[in-house]
Design a protein around this ligand. Sequence first.
Ligand code: 5AD
Length: 359
Amino acid sequence: MAHTGDREQWREWVETDNKVLEQQLCARARQTRETWYGKDVYIRGLIEFTNYCRNDCLYCGIRRSNKKAARYRLTEEEILSCCKTGYELGFRTFVLQGGEDLFFTDLDLARIVADIKETYPDCAVTLSVGERSRKSYEMFYAAGADRYLLRHETADEVHYRQLHPKEMSLENRKRCLWDLKEIGFQVGAGMMVGSPGQTVECILEDLEFLRELQPDMVGIGPFIPHCETPFSHKTAGTVNQTLRLLALVRLLLPRVLLPATTALGTVEQDGREKGILAGANVVMPNLSPASVRDKYLLYDGKLCTGSEAAENLSRLEQSMESIGYRVAYGRGDRAGLSHGHKETRKVRTKREEQENGKK
Ligand code: 5AD
């Protein structure tokens, strides 16, 4: 972890329960965040457009074998209507997130993205629809998608196996992330904190992987059990460990876009505010139609009302002001990227390294 200290130092920061050290870490992270983003908190309108999923991740409430989940899909018209509501509220970024639902073909998704971009050319569109082929990703990018969120969940091979069914692989997850980056997306990776089987070593692997990938965004939230999953009786991740990791990731990747997640706000009432004070600079209020909001249940107790709800932006504004920050309207690109900038980036991929090695 090169410039920021050695692995042993990181280990201490990851595991410490020393409050003074934790405070120092958060203060440093806050300072770094303010160097690049001042007091601005970026907002994204989250549209959870389908909770059908072909995957069976052991932690997730919308896994395919949860027969009790009430499944839904939004139509293209409904998605566009969410964008309209969001646009009027002041959102200039929409995140289309869903389970891995192949009912939406590549062409469907590309058309939806293109329609949104045509109607709202001043907005950034983020996709978060899981693992697809490189060709699919290229199609989404050509249709106008700017960003892509795909948490790696854990960078440790053995831990990955404990969280996912055998047909999934960390290798393919990483392949997707490198492809997305190479195509030119602003890419988001990330992990849960305190998921079953996670050790300090796993977290150090996560940090190593993030340093290598250099993503534009990192989503970090505590694991929270869901009653209809094999992990129903496991304990949730803690707020403090999540805060330490937010701070560490801010120090590792100073200009990263770092959301204070819904999961963090779910485990503790002022969790998101604490996240902002630990270096986070993004929140993602829920723009899905009210009728489906309580159905996108990744974990028990997931917040979808109060300042979590996009229509209550004034509440979010108040809560950010109460800690000395302000909601910033706009696309909220990563510092250092020019607005609307889209061109194929050359990144060093694992594959390239291997190929060069062979020459
Ligand atoms: N607790 C916390 N986060 C979860 N996610 C899925 N299930 C849970 C859970 N039980 C996260 C995953 C996924 C993101 C959309 O939600 O990290 O990538």
